[in-house]
Structures are given as structure tokens and as C-alpha cells.
Write a protein that binds this ligand. Structure first.
Ligand code: PGA
Length: 246
């Protein structure tokens, strides 16, 4: 079946008002052939929402698992919606590794996003040590199971799952299309096991996707888009990645 395609930029902790304005002006010339999302740092999201054109949507890179209230430094999903975001990245490996986000926290954040009508891009993926120990598919299975413990079957279909092997992120060494396909198959098997209509959910690949490496993933069976870090900082390169998923 043909699933919707989705490409998301993850600017991570990069950008400035001047650099973002130039990016937005340049990208405004594009007419993306698939669903496209730009996930910027919180403080720049209003600028990004205002500067995006057409159907290109803005997204947060994280959200609080709490309701608005006494949580200093946190940003609530309600606030992301309030300023015009439609998407949010949840459980990125950098947050898992640098901010101590456990599978349970990631699941709670995905649940919170879905409850608010914010579409989550939930990230999963194995570390180098896990891959080298031959545990890739086991890790995928348990990370998907954790998400499903908090999110209903039907809801998750409104978002996407991003398979991002940690060893491929920011290294310039992407996985192979074959590896991504095997991971997508394991993700869908885990979803099906839980009774989900796994065929309807887009699975993105992330990890050193660039204009040069994207063709491999655009052609990979079971992969429906990309989550793009470093290469998304250049609007022309990001546009080339988006066009690969036409
Ligand atoms: P990268 O990052 O494209 O720079 O490898 C991807 C990600 O972390 O989402």
C-alpha cells in the first residue's frame, strides 16, 4: 500500500534570527511534494511558523510530559499548539542520552502529544554497542512496546515513527537501505503484534541523511521519509532530500 510520505528537519540546537530568516526565505521557493515539517528550537518556533509557506508545518523538538504549571524551563504541548506547531519530535536519542529520558518518559510524552492533537515523530534506534552485540531488532521491539504501553493503537497512526540508529546520527555514515528496511519490518511486526494497523504508519529513517545519501532510503522498502539533522541546516540540501520522497 502507499503510505503518506513525511520529511522532517531537525535543526537541533542551531540557528539565529538572521540565519533562520535567510533559511525561510530560501525554502519558501520550494513546493514540497510530500508532507514537510521543520522542527526548530523553542525560542525560534514562532519565527518559523510565520516564515513557512504552503503546507510546510512547524514542530517542536520535545515537549513536557506535564500539563502547564510549575515546571521551570519546560514547554507544554499546549504552548506548541498555541503558537501554530502541528508536530513534535519525541524521544530523540540525544534527549535519551543527554537528558536521561527513559522509555517510560518517551512513552508519556508521546501519550501527552497525542492527547492534545499534536502529531508525534517518535524516535527509536539502537546504539553502536547494541548493534554490535546483535541486539538491534530486540531493542526496536522493546522500544516500540514501551510506546504502545502508553498510546492507543488508533492514535499512533496520526504520527510517525523515526528509526534512527544512534551510531549513524551526525557521523556522516548512514545505515544502508537494507538495514533500514529490516528495522522498518521489525517496527511494523511489533505494531502488528499489538493489533495496530502497522501498514498505515509512516516509518522514517534518520541518521546522516543528506542530498547524497537520501536516494538509498527513498528507495528502501518500508521507509516513508526521513528525519534530517545536519543536512537540514542548508535549505537547498534539505529541499533536495524532500524532493527525493516525491
Ligand atoms: P543527522 O541527525 O542527520 O545530523 O545525522 C539526524 C537526527 O538526529 O535526527
Amino acid at each position: 500500500m502507499s503510505r503518506r510520505k513525511l520529511v522532517a528537519a531537525n535543526w537541533k540546537m542551531n540557528g539565529s534570527r538572521t540565519a533562520n530568516a535567510a533559511w525561510l526565505t530560501q525554502f519558501a521557493q520550494e513546493r514540497p511534494p510530500c508532507e514537510t515539517v521543520v522542527c526548530a528550537p523553542f525560542v525560534y518556533l514562532a519565527q518559523v511558523v510565520a516564515g513557512l509557506t504552503g503546507d510546510v508545518a512547524a514542530g517542536g523538538q520535545d515537549l513536557s510530559r506535564h500539563e502547564p504549571g510549575a515546571h521551570t524551563g519546560e514547554v507544554a504541548g499546549e504552548m506548541l499548539l498555541d503558537i501554530g506547531c502541528r508536530w513534535v519530535i519525541v524521544g530523540h536519542s540525544e534527549r535519551r542520552a543527554q537528558c536521561g529520558e527513559t522509555d517510560a518518559v518517551v512513552a508519556a510524552k508521546a501519550r501527552r502529544a497525542l492527547g492534545l492533537g499534536l502529531r508525534p515523530i517518535v524516535c527509536i534506534g539502537e546504539t553502536l554497542a547494541e548493534r554490535d552485540a546483535g541486539n538491534t531488532l530486540e531493542v526496536i521491539k522493546s522500544q516500540v512496546a514501551a510506546i504502545l504501553s502508553a498510546c492507543s493503537v488508533a492514535e499512533l497512526g496520526r504520527g510517525a515513527i523515526a528509526y534512527e540508529p544512534v551510531w549513524a546520527i551526525g557521523t556522516g555514515n548512514p545505515a544502508t537501505g537494507e538495514h533500514a528496511t529490516a528495522a522498518a519490518r521489525a517496527i511494523r511486526a511489533a505494531l502488528k503484534h499489538a493489533g495496530l494497523d502497522a501498514e498505515a504508519i509512516p516509518v522514517l529513517y534518520g541518521g546522516s541523511v543528506s542530498a547524497r545519501s537520501v536516494a538509498e532510503f527513498a528507495q528502501a522498502d518500508g521507509i516513508d521519509g526521513a528525519l534530517v539533522g545536519g543536512a537540514s541546516l542548508d535549505p537547498d540540501e534539505f529541499a533536495a532530500v524532500v524532493r527525493a520522497f516525491a
